[in-house]
Design a binder for this molecule. Structure first.
Ligand code: HAM
Length: 429
């Protein structure tokens, strides 16, 4: 027998990487004063239908749902669902345990499996793992403040940096509030009416059921039409516009770089105002490392008090894929490239390369015509560090070494070079 399609076993040594990611996430969450919440893996189906939205792909096509038969007279037959995401469960727990009554913001994180019946492919599984967090509370506790949005985004940037994820992009948008959404939807419907017949089948369906999702379509032929549709930003009311401007200003002040993406509407219905995704080019088609946003009306939608909130979930499977790909590239690179500055240093460079290779290091050797000084970019692809050998270096036995990952250039005594390069190798693996 085999594991069910879309699920997989995680085995050592890969599980060590999963544990390291979880430990780093816990450490970072603790620094921002988040506490852990663990909600059940299955909930009543109605929670997701009302929370995530009947018309979303998740609820309409992807949930693992079953009728749980009554075992006793006192029990009722219930429709239950394996959680496809954790935000609805956290908000249900917030309401059930009256966490809002403390008058404080609740800052909760979770790590665990989620289930969606999607078509499996690289980075997309039917059982996958999320590391997420939610900040939720009564308005008087500051839950609507744009500073909360900025703090969550800054925490995410710090977490990805702490994990060593290189080259991520933060995409940011505002989808407006419950107050300004209807006006935008009306404009969108109106603009779609004459052109929807030329669009893909998914767009035709969404134009009826959930027009916002048309903005998400990736079909190339539909792109010119979508680009010509009205933009949400132009329909935001003054309060939503101000909120979004304040989020952007706080991110600028904190030095978190982002790209505005007016088509980022996300696939869950509970979002209001700020929405975001962190993407990574190395992931291919499923390039979202994580997604999130504000959900100021979710608590009320599932029968609770007003409790605005913001949160995110990171796809842990995708973090692992990204880190593995990075390690692979690092492992394929030589530990160092020895670069004699001129012909006169060729012989000394050969001797140094021989010495270092005998210490077990992987060395790329250039020669005086290699012109490494002029093509640092090439050396960066070949090796993690470059060792420059010029007249001064040979006379002083102090070698100039530049580490490409940090950009730091130092002078290292020749006798210490092998140990230095070996230490740099173990730090990256
Ligand atoms: P989501 O965008 O549906 O948001 O999922 C968040 C992340 O989970 C995605 O960016 C992706 O990395 C990962 N993910 C989703 N589906 C799969 C899959 N089938 N296989 C592998 N990874 C996947 C939510 O779930 C919201 N609850 C996030 C949130 C929290 N918003 C506010 N608070």
């Amino acid at each position: 027998m085999k594991a069910v399609r879309g699920t997989r076993d995680l085995l050592p040594p890969e599980t060590a990487l999963w544990s390291r990611i979880e430990a780093t996430a816990r450490e970072v969450f603790a620094r921002y004063n988040f506490g852990e919440i663990r909600t059940p893996i299955f909930e009543e189906t109605a929670l997701f239908a009302r929370g995530v939205g009947e018309e979303t792909d998740i609820v309409s096509k992807e949930m693992y749902t079953w009728e749980d038969r009554a075992r006793a007279q006192s029990e009722k037959t219930q429709s239950l669902t394996l959680r496809p995401e954790n935000t609805a469960g956290v908000v249900r727990a917030y309401i059930e345990h009256k966490l809002g009554e403390s008058g404080q913001l609740q800052k909760l994180f979770y790590i665990g499996p989620q289930f969606r019946r999607e078509r499996p492919q690289k980075g997309r599984y039917r059982q996958f793992f999320q590391i997420g967090a939610e900040v939720i509370g009564p308005t008087h506790a500051g839950s609507e403040s744009p500073l909360r949005d900025a703090e969550v985004l800054e925490m995410l940037a710090s977490l990805l940096d702490a994990l060593g994820i290189e080259g991520w992009t933060l995409k940011l948008n505002s989808v407006g509030s419950a107050a300004d959404r209807p006006a935008y939807l009306a404009r969108l419907r109106e603009a779609l009416a004459p052109v929807v017949g030329q669009m893909c089948a998914d767009c035709q369906r969404r134009a009826e059921t959930n027009p916002l999702r048309v903005l998400d379509c990736k079909v190339p032929e539909d792109q010119p039409i979508i680009e010509s549709l009205p933009r949400i930003a132009d329909s935001l009311d003054a309060a939503s516009r101000e909120h979004f401007a304040a989020v952007c200003a706080a991110l600028d002040a904190a030095g978190v770089v982002y790209a505005l993406d007016h088509r980022l509407v996300r696939g869950l219905d509970y979002y209001t105002r700020t929405t975001f995704e962190f993407t990574h080019g190395g992931l291919g088609a499923q390039n979202a490392l994580l997604g999130g946003g504000r959900y100021d009306g979710l608590s009320e939608a599932i029968g609770g008090p007003k409790a605005p909130g913001i949160g995110f979930a990171i796809g842990q499977d995708r973090l692992v894929l990204t880190l593995q790909a990075q390690q692979q590239t690092a492992a394929e690179r030589a530990d160092a490239c020895i670069a004699p500055v001129g012909e006169a240093q060729n012989a000394a460079a050969l001797r140094l390369a021989r010495e270092l290779r005998r210490s077990g290091l992987r060395i790329e050797l250039g020669d005086g015509s290699f012109r490494v000084r002029k093509s640092m970019e090439l050396a960066d692809k070949l090796a993690r560090q470059i060792v420059l050998l010029g007249e001064d270096e040979l006379a002083s036995d102090l070698l100039t070494v530049k580490d490409f990952s940090t950009g730091v250039q130092t002078k290292i005594p020749r006798a210490d070079l092998a140990a230095h390069l070996l230490a740099a190798r173990s730090a990256t693996i």
